[in-house]
Ligand binder design. Structure first.
Ligand code: GRF
Length: 215
């Protein structure tokens, strides 16, 4: 079977991208990242792609009159490499329903909360403010509802008494790297799909918050 083709979209540091690059390189993932796109030219993740010899591009959303035009350009660039899976890894743009629908079932995201709790921004501060005992991260299929698509896999990370949003984010991020590689591995092995609005692994519908990652 040919290796799966992945496209990764980023906006920033790209540490999740790096985890995926490393997993492809050491054959933990039977896949190749064929393109990395950032909407910001200064994203450090673009440097990571260059260092790994991966084709990369900046498509600056500010150069487009509206969200729809940006998404059309993005989709065109992605489709040119016929990817099996499009991976959002810290991509900080809300995608239009037209874009999401086009990639339905082959578009995934990682969100730094235990979904369905805390969609959107400031997830770790919100968990601390609510007095939650656990924070975490969730990999999910992307649907037009922001951070609302079917969860695939989540990790629970205890909140410590002296945690700031930053310290908690840093601890969760380490797990994100493992979580994302695991979920992508399922997809490229043909074990994971989106079916009738649910995430299905090995023919079984996953729980509403996705499988729990065994730490
Ligand atoms: C991660 O916390 C991810 O969950 C969120 O954005 C952050 C990206 O981090 N969507 P990085 O760019 O992968 O280091």
């Amino acid at each position: 079977m040919p290796r799966a083709k992945l496209v990764v979209l980023i906006s920033g540091s790209g540490s999740n991208l790096q985890a995926l690059i490393d997993a492809c390189e050491d054959r933990q993932l039977d896949a190749d990242i064929v393109l990395v796109i950032s909407n910001r030219a200064d994203a450090f993740g673009l440097q990571r792609a260059r260092e790994a010899g991966i084709e990369n591009d900046c498509i600056d959303h500010k150069q487009f009159a509206c969200r729809e035009e940006f998404d059309r350009a993005l989709a065109e660039r992605i489709n040119a490499c016929t990817p099996d899976l499009v991976i959002l890894a810290g991509f900080m743009r809300i995608l239009t329903p037209a874009f999401v629908t086009q990639f339905y079932g082959r578009l995934v995201n990682i969100h730094p909360s235990l979904l369905p709790k805390y969609p959107g921004l400031d997830t770790h501060q919100r968990a601390i403010d609510a007095g939650d005992s656990y924070a975490g991260a969730t990999v999910h299929f992307v649907t037009p509802e922001l951070d609302g698509g079917p969860p695939i896999l989540h990790v629970r990370v205890p909140v410590q008494l002296d945690d700031s949003a930053d310290s908690l984010a840093a601890r969760v991020l380490e797990y994100e790297h493992q979580l994302y590689v695991e979920a992508v591995r399922w997809f490229v092995a043909g074990r994971l799909r989106l079916e009738n609005g649910s995430a299905v692994l090995d023919g079984k519908t996953l729980p509403a918050n996705g499988n729990r990652y065994a730490q």
